[in-house]
Design a protein around this ligand. Structure first.
Ligand code: IMP
Length: 424
């Protein structure tokens, strides 16, 4: 059975939601494999915009089963809000949403600690959704999983043990009030009742589906440069958005993966702190932000904007095994008469062969640019690749040459129908 992995190739916000929604028309299952409610996947259908944080973007296609895998950290409050939002639009998700019993839960102390750590030493610029602290507990083997909700005794014991430690940290380091065990237990038992119908062994489900030759999209959140192992550490998220994360985050074998598509924004953006070699400042940055509506879908923070960085995408292609690109937001560049593209980096006068991931070198890089002519023409109503202006095709072709990845999909607007497929 073919598993098609969709990854963010830059620093997230490449428009994965839209592409996953579009591609899910032709698959049986869409499964999210990492991250949590830090993600904001935007899907626009007709005039309606939907923002998803946890539920896979395939949910709008009624024949698709959506899976939240074991690699995701689930905030029950955010999940219930999202389920409610979908129901309010008349979407029937009964029997269409499955949540892994092994997924870890975001607890109130995770969100609190995330916020306090950022306030005291705001280095990363996290989304404040408790992601880092939840993954810390997962890896220190003290995390609470969805399966623990089933047994009140186990849940109470685990919450108590966690709170003993967390309350000391909250009180002694941050001077905060201690959290009450009973309140949390009550709250999470209530969540259990509400999400129980969706919880199952999703790895078992997915592997059975593999045997039945069902087709599946594995949906990553964030992007490769935010990957805990391969990103611009420490300015990263705490999971593996890269394609390898799809196997561990869903419990499926690497041999099931048949295709990897990298979602690539036609320029570059980043939210939060950290190195960004092609970042623009002042008017140029403001323009891109305005044209591209570059504000975080989860936090509303203005995104930092810059030119397309081919060195970064080549690196992303390497660590993900990207076989084809979906280039998004090409329409945003339509008013520019010239478009610079970063072809590589110089450091201390030498051209670098690979993307450096250490902060010190990344801060000192000199990006090398070439400038391509703009097309100065609206793209938003174009539906055929051959109808794109010649200079837009020239831009796409150059990105293909510089990154070594063929483009397959071009997005020319936020709506589902504003998508152009290039024949390969
Ligand atoms: P965290 O994932 O909330 O811990 O945040 C760590 C870093 O990842 C911060 O720079 C965030 O802005 C960034 N980040 C997390 N999720 C997203 C996302 O969905 N899109 C873009 N950046 C994100």
């Amino acid at each position: 059975m073919p598993v098609h992995v969709i990854v963010g190739s830059q620093w997230g916000d490449e428009g994965k939601g839209k592409i996953v929604d579009h591609l899910s028309e032709n698959v049986d299952i869409v499964a999210r494999y990492q991250g949590g409610a830090n993600a904001g996947h935007t899907v626009v259908i007709g005039q309606q915009e939907y923002i998803l944080h946890l539920i896979p973007s395939g949910i709008f296609n009624e024949n698709v089963i959506c899976v939240i895998g074991n690699g995701v950290v689930v905030d029950p409050a955010a999940l219930l809000e999202e389920i409610e939002m979908l129901r309010s639009f008349g979407l029937d998700i009964k029997k269409r949403l499955l949540i892994s019993h092994n997924a870890h839960l975001i607890m109130p102390y995770h969100k609190l600690l995330d916020r306090l750590r950022e306030e005291q030493n705001s280095r990363i610029g996290t989304t404040g959704r408790g992601i880092g602290p939840a993954y810390i507990d997962k890896f220190s083997r003290t995390g609470i999983r969805i399966v623990d909700l089933l047994d009140r005794e186990v849940l109470c014991k685990k919450i108590k043990t966690n709170l003993e430690e967390k309350n000391k940290v909250l009180k002694q380091i941050y001077g905060e009030e201690e959290l009450q065990v009973d309140d949390i237990i009550e709250q999470y038992q209530e969540f259990d009742k509400l999400i129980d119908e969706f919880v199952t062994d999703t790895s078992f489900y997915l592997n059975n589906a593999l045997k039945e030759n069902k087709t599946m999209l594995a949906e990553g959140a964030q992007g490769a440069l935010l990957d805990i192992d391969h990103g611009t550490y420490p300015y990263v998220t705490s999971s593996n958005p890269t394609s390898g994360g799809a196997c561990t985050g869903l419990g499926i074998p690497p041999t099931a993966i048949t295709k990897i598509t990298g979602i690539v924004k036609a320029y570059t953006t980043r939210v939060g702190n950290g190195p960004f070699p092609t970042e623009l400042f002042g008017e140029e940055s403001d323009l891109l932000r305005r044209w591209g509506n570059e504000f975080g879908a989860t936090t509303g923070r203005p995104r930092r904007c810059g030119w397309f960085d081919a060195m970064l995408v080549r690196y992303s292609a390497r660590v993900n095994g990207i076989q084809e690109m979906a280039i998004t937001k090409l329409d945003v560049l339509s008013d520019l008469s010239e478009i610079p593209v970063c072809t590589g980096y110089r450091l201390n006068g030498k051209i670098l062969k690979t993307f450096p991931t250490d902060e010190k070198r990344l801060d000192k890089l000199e990006p090398m640019y070439e400038t391509l002519p703009g097309w100065k023409q609206t793209l938003t109503e174009i539906t055929q690749y051959s109808d794109l202006p010649e200079r837009a095709i020239q831009y796409i072709t150059r990105l293909e040459e510089l990154t070594g990845i063929p483009a397959r999909i071009i997005s020319v607007g936020a709506r589902r129908d504003q998508t152009v497929f290039k024949d390969v």
